[in-house]
Write a protein of this length. Structure first.
Lengths: 545, 82
């Protein structure tokens, strides 16, 4: 990479670093409670929430991985678009209820709600552990995103592993430091820069690159020809199962796969602790609903970005690695086709794009640990400032863990675990979302259903092989008793619900203690100004969760 | 938090309408055979791709509509609460 690109990259990175530390003074409050440190004071309006939630859900890994799957000729790769269409009506309907009940009872995490609703610390622990387990590899993948950019950009170069990964260490130490000092305010402020950069880069990319490469029609037809040639040349290997056929669109056999990936991922997305953290930081219910209508702008961006995978094919981008690593396709495309200074902006956009979700995810995981493990099991009378301190330290540990993950274990291990993370997190849906509407499910039935879904999902994913790897070969498996490929998480979810329903009936017949419900019907529609719902939560009021 | 006042109950009719309005935004993207085609193309985009972009716009419009309606119920709630 040229000196110009490096300078632009480093400059933008420095701007963001200064903003991250300055964020502790923004909307000033004392950061000695989880409401302030971990939820930004619960006071973000539509504008900030749009950047924060957008920056949170559309991660650097998405920006690298989605075009990479299209570049690699995965027929179902474009499912990311219907997935992000389906998710907003669901957020619109479900999350305002979670917001209301969380505000009235001072819940910080989804597991807090589960504990209050079902009177079960054990079920809350299951939800919290699932959240932490699913989030950790997701943070690791943000680092993989930064690594891809640094690799193409030629940072670090060869040498010992320490020199090679030094830029990643620096990026990481900076991220950890300002998350520690500023909490959720840091990613909220940085999200502005991140999103403006991403929007600029993508809009330029989808106008400039096709113009340079002969128009979208030409890009689609070149890609189609390239995939057909690949399939013809490798017909024997494909027939023998040593290679996967390439396609632009899902053939009829993969329609269920495409739809179940979209629906399963959409249901899973807002169960992730980091999405719930983003949503709970908003000022009122209207902010969530208005954002459900405004956030699809990001989906449009994501769709265009995904198509950069085809642009890379048409531009004849080849990627390094053995086997070739398609995740390098987009950074390589920037390197090949953009003038150096703009390539620098592109790299910065992706790298900064990794920092925002990584910060929010580590905060969310830390809050889960503090509230549902530390406070629930070790220090029941922890003060708000003690909670905030524990969360700050855990957020550091989570990030160090993610770093070790990426450097010490293989990159594909992180990807496998993230795949499993999606399967796992969906298993908390019955306890959380169904719980927002009815208390009918029995707490022990929910726990059994969760365990059944986790076991089935993990076991099935382990058994999926692909030409590249023997286990965790992909997100799809045959629907039990058929040959139709579907998303593993969706089947695991079905099993989960089935077990929960059957056992609920059994436990109710046997009169097993259903636990105490702290919440009332009216809590789920409460809004700012109602009794018990302060505009900004007083951090020093005793929590009554 | 003793008793739920009637004003706190959402109006069921309007909420049914909101769900009906949001339904196409969930069902259409999942109905893959509907759009698994190359033709007709638009600005060089195969139907499969541009149709899904069009669905993003549609879902944004439907969600905005639903937002407007939900504000109506919340306002009515506030009005009757006072």
């Amino acid at each position: 990479m040229s000196a110009v690109a490096v300078s632009v990259f480093v400059f933008l990175f420095l701007v963001v670093t200064v903003m991250g530390f300055a964020a502790s003074r923004w909307r000033r409050a004392d950061l000695d409670s989880l409401d302030e440190w971990g939820l930004g004071g619960r006071g973000f309006g539509t504008f900030i929430a749009w950047f924060l939630i957008g920056g949170d859900l559309y991660t650097a890994y998405t920006f690298i991985a989605v075009p990479a799957t299209l570049y690699a000729g995965s027929a179902v790769g474009f499912f990311a678009v219907p997935y992000t269409i389906v998710v907003y009506p669901l957020i619109f309907l479900f999350l305002p209820r979670l917001w209301s009940v969380s505000h009235r009872h001072g819940y910080v995490t989804p597991a807090d709600f589960v504990e209050g609703r079902y009177g079960s610390r054990t079920l809350a622990l299951a939800v919290a552990l699932t959240g932490i387990l699913a989030t950790a590899p997701y943070i690791a993948l943000q680092l993989v995103g930064i690594q891809s950019v640094l690799e193409v950009a030629g940072f670090g170069g060869s040498g010992t592993w320490f020199v090679k990964d030094l830029p990643l260490f620096i990026a990481f130490a900076v991220l950890a430091a300002y998350t520690y000092s500023s909490g959720l305010r840091a990613p909220a402020l940085i999200a502005f820069v991140k999103d403006i950069l991403i929007y600029v880069v993508i809009i330029v990319a989808v106008i400039y690159l096709p113009a340079k490469l002969g128009g979208w029609g030409h890009i689609f037809s070149t890609t189609s020809d390239s995939f057909t040639t690949f399939n013809t040349d490798n017909a024997d290997a494909i027939a023998a199962g040593q290679a996967s056929p390439k396609a632009m669109m899902p053939p009829p056999a993969l329609h269920w796969a495409y739809a179940s990936l979209a629906l399963g991922s959409a249901l899973a997305l807002f169960m992730y602790p980091h999405s719930i953290t983003g949503v709970l930081s908003t000022r009122n219910r209207g902010v969530i609903r208005r954002n459900a209508a405004l956030l699809p702008a990001y989906s449009f961006l994501l769709g265009l970005l995904a198509l950069l995978g085809f642009v890379a094919v048409a531009a004849g981008v080849t990627v390094a690695g053995d086997p070739p690593n398609p995740q390098l396709a987009v950074p390589q495309l920037f390197e090949n086709e953009f003038p150096p200074w703009f390539a620098g902006v592109g790299y910065a956009a992706i790298a900064i794009g990794a920092l925002v979700p990584a910060a929010i995810m580590s905060i969310a995981a830390a809050n889960l640990f503090t509230r549902n493990i530390y406070r629930a099991y070790f220090r029941p009378d922890a003060t708000p400032s003690e909670e905030a301190q524990v969360s700050k330290i855990v957020s550091l540990l989570v990030k160090v863990g993610a770093l070790v993950f990426v450097l010490a274990l293989s990159r594909s291990f992180a990807i496998n675990l993230q795949l499993l993370g999606g399967v796992w997190i969906l298993q908390t849906f019955p306890a959380i979302v169904v719980g927002l509407y009815t208390r009918w499910f029995h707490r022990w039935a929910l726990l059994a259903g969760w365990a059944a879904g986790m076991l089935y999902g993990t076991w099935t994913a382990y058994g999926v092989s692909s030409p590249a790897q023997a286990h965790f070969g992909g997100p799809l498996a045959s629907f039990p008793g058929t040959d139709t490929k579907v998303y593993i998480a969706a089947v695991a979810f079905g099993i989960n619900v089935l077990v929960t329903v059957v056992l609920t009936v059994v436990f109710r017949v046997l009169h097993v203690d259903p636990g105490e419900d702290q919440t009332r019907w009216g809590d789920y529609a409460a809004d700012v100004g109602d009794e018990g719902v302060a505009a900004e939560v007083d951090p020093h009021a005793p929590a009554h969760a | 938090m003793s008793q739920d006042s009637p004003a706190q109950r959402p109006s069921p009719g309007l909420w049914t309408l909101i769900v009906v309005i949001l339904l196409p935004a969930v069902v259409l993207p999942l109905w893959v055979p509907l759009y698994d085609k190359t033709d007709p193309t638009l600005f060089g985009f195969p139907f499969f791709f541009w149709f899904q972009f069009a669905l993003i716009l549609l879902s944004a419009v439907l969600t905005s509509l639903a937002y407007g309606l939900s504000q109506l119920t919340e306002r009515r709630r506030e009005g009757s609460a006072r």
